[in-house]
Design a protein around this ligand. Structure first.
Ligand SMILES: C[S@@+](CC[C@H](N)C(=O)[O-])C[C@H]1O[C@@H](n2cnc3c(N)ncnc32)[C@H](O)[C@@H]1O
Length: 255
């Protein structure tokens, strides 16, 4: 009976969350020009709808430290930088084997520059460094290597660093015709399968096929915190159902 009451209460909470309008229109006007500046190769970068989902998740969770692995020209770094600007209590680490000038400028020109640390090296070395410095990571976004054994190493390190929430990109890429069935890209997909099979993790994924978007490549959030999951379900569902024109508007694109 107690279990049923709890289940009912959380269902009620979830449907309430689902009905509450989220605050996408509050997104800073800087967001869109930054995004345009960093999307130099759309094939490799995360597209706007998913970047906004990442941003809203970072903005709304109570995480104090975030790590991005795989910055490239900074498309997803925009979400981390923007969240740091919104939340003075949020520290960000940006890791890539090569930090491009686009990412360096994005960080250095941000008013939140003091909250953001760039780590230019391979992810396992960066994670070891964080561990040595006893820095904990609450939330991490993985979009560096897409090779399973490397992603598994990243996930193991992140567990040691205390991460309770991970965002994975390209969770469906390996099965998409666009990229073929390439084992080199199967890391995020396999990692997500592992999380799905564990009762300790809640999972939400957006991988809808949308015209002129790359969202079918898949963005997933896995978390041990039910509240983070509930909020993200609402964020993914609301942003997921917007027409692209409204997504652009929410990101501050000129009409
Ligand atoms: C798909 S791109 C990331 C795209 C980026 N998130 C965006 O939305 O624009 C992959 C990036 O990961 C980096 N990378 C690949 N393997 C890595 C590793 N083991 N550690 C750190 N970065 C890695 C690459 O240099 C590249 O910049």
């Amino acid at each position: 009976m107690v279990i049923l009451t709890k289940a009912f209460a959380s269902l009620q909470k979830l449907s309430k969350l689902g009905n509450e309008p989220l605050s996408f229109s509050l997104t800073a006007s800087l967001f869109y020009p930054r995004y345009l500046h960093s999307i130099l190769n759309a094939e490799w970068s995360v597209d706007l709808r998913h970047v906004l989902m990442i941003y809203e998740t970072l903005k709304s969770c109570s995480c104090q430290t975030g790590l991005e692995i795989g910055a490239y020209y900074g498309t997803t770094t925009c979400a981390f930088v923007e969240a740091a600007e919104r939340r003075p209590d949020f520290s960000v680490f940006v890791c890539d084997v090569v930090i491009t000038d686009a990412v360096r400028n994005l960080v250095n020109q941000s008013p939140a520059v003091d909250q953001i640390t760039i780590i230019e090296c391979e992810s396992a070395r960066a994670l070891q460094k964080l561990l040595d410095l006893r820095i904990s990571i609450d939330i991490a976004f993985l979009d560096g290597s897409h090779v399973f054994y490397q992603n598994a190493i990243e996930a193991a390190f992140l567990q040691c660093l205390g991460a309770r929430t991970l965002l994975l990109h390209d969770t469906r890429t390996q099965s998409s015709d666009q990229y073929g069935r390439n084992y080199l890209f199967d890391g995020p997909k396999k990692l997500l399968e592992r999380f799905r099979s564990s009762p300790m993790w809640f999972v939400v994924e957006d991988s809808d096929m949308r015209c002129h978007e790359q969202t079918h490549r898949g963005l997933a959030l896995v978390t041990r915190d039910r509240e983070v999951w509930e909020r993200t379900v609402a964020i993914f569902s609301e942003l997921g159902s917007l027409p692209i024109a409204d997504v652009r508007k929410a990101a501050g694109a000129p009409g």
